[in-house]
Ligand binder design. Sequence first.
Ligand SMILES: Cc1cc2nc3c(=O)[nH]c(=O)nc-3n(C[C@H](O)[C@H](O)[C@H](O)COP(=O)(O)O)c2cc1C
Ligand code: SF4
Length: 512
Amino acid sequence: MTTRIYVPRETTASSLGVDLVVEALVAEAARRNLDIAIVRNGSRGACFLEPLIEVDTPDGRVGYGPVTVDDIPGLFEANFLQGGKHALGLGNVAELPWFKNQERLTFARCGLIESTNVEEYKSLGGFVGLQNALRLSAAEIVQEVITSGLRGRGGAAFPTGIKWKTVLQTNASQKYIVCNADEGDSGTFSDRLIMEGDPLSLIEGMIIAGIAVGADKGVIYLRSEYPLTHTILLETIANARKAGYLGTNLLQSGKNFDIEIRIGAGAYICGEETSLLESLEGKRGEVRPKPPLPAHEGLFGKPTVVNNVISLATIPIILEKGGKHYANFGRGRSLGTMPFQLGGNIKYGGLVEKAFGLTLRQLIEDFGGGTATGKPVRAVQVGGPLGAYFPASLLDTPLDIEDFAKAGGMVGHGGVVVFDTSVNMAKMARFAMEFCSVESCGKCTPCRIGSVRGMETIDRIVQAKTQPEREKQLVVLKDLCETMESASLCAMGGLTPLPVMSAVQHFKGDFQ
Ligand SMILES: Cc1cc2nc3c(=O)[nH]c(=O)nc-3n(C[C@H](O)[C@H](O)[C@H](O)COP(=O)(O)O)c2cc1C
Ligand code: SF4
């Protein structure tokens, strides 16, 4: 009998040598005359276990990890094909508390199936949302998304259904769906994980978006740093087209929709939606003033939905189970689930999808297991490089868009970067200004010049010989941050003061 072994085809596992592990598995099985079939699934999101390999047994999928080439002979000796005991054995992976305590909606299939395979996708509920959408009017689809309470997962948390309604209500011969897969925020990888592990959910979400607003063309703007993701997406799009889900008259519905991929050139600002559109049009990635909104005048001047990967990949489950079902998760105005990404100095790094409302402490301690070094947590940056630094005293803040804003931070794209007591927060504040100066598109003065003056001012604060001189420069920094916040054209310059001033507020001693 053939035994199925699941081995991730995913960037984290790849960087840890998973392809060599596959070669070793195949060679060892051949040497022992054993019949195995390797299934290249996506990652389940437990980066700390990668490469995580799983074997189909009568007791479920039994996991072993992290596996290296040297472990392969020992695994066969331990009879791992029947789920035998081994030092790397994890038992039934789905039963591990790290997975069992998550609430996976968007990532429900991620890591379970061969990622590019349409039939496997369908076997776990794939394309049911699209079938349901095809029975609804455009306005009814949009209403379902509004009912779900889904807010954009790219950072700004704008209600997805309202954005779609705006595009639906515009009159135009051509409309576009643009998927923002630039994923530039530090410590974030949820877009990549879903594109590598369950790319058909993104494709299905884009098709539904197209049908809802009357767009027949979709573009995925993918960051250049994700070459494996690109390969997987290309294969998946080709498979979806072959199966009749993309192209003209898809599923004999009379609707047309197709997707192409464009690769970015490594600029953080090209994740900002209007710079992204400029870049797609072949121009320099510079922010456009708003209005007009992309929903009115987007790609090539046409009405465009720009949505993040996770926002779009969440659409299938909303159309499958209904907007109300999705809205049962979360609380207040932060409805549904969020794929949080635990990184930095953390013991168990990876992706944790939970309903909004758990605390930062629960995420870091219960799922993350504290710092990798074992030292106490000193600071946490949530929401990418423009997010605030929280001290340990704010760890009980609920991960909820409004609660986080009230505490002076932002949930953003859900990246959580942990620092232990060895961090110097003046250096982190300076880095925030430096990052802004390097990545600024240069269009407006507060950001382009302000970020450089910000670095210089922080240097003067740290090097000040006397306390009055230091206090004087702190006032300059505060003034500068207020100007950047209120006068920048986009959130790049507008939010850089958040990490800077939160570092000053909570860790002033580091600026001595
Ligand atoms: C400097 C900057 C960088 C951004 N980078 C990204 C990004 O990498 N990915 C993303 O989805 N949104 C990014 N955004 C947010 C987008 O401008 C936009 O709000 C988002 O793509 C809309 O999709 P959503 O409503 O589904 O979140 C960025 C915004 C700014 C100001
Ligand atoms: S804030 Fe910075 S990135 Fe944004 S438009 Fe101004 S210069 Fe460009």
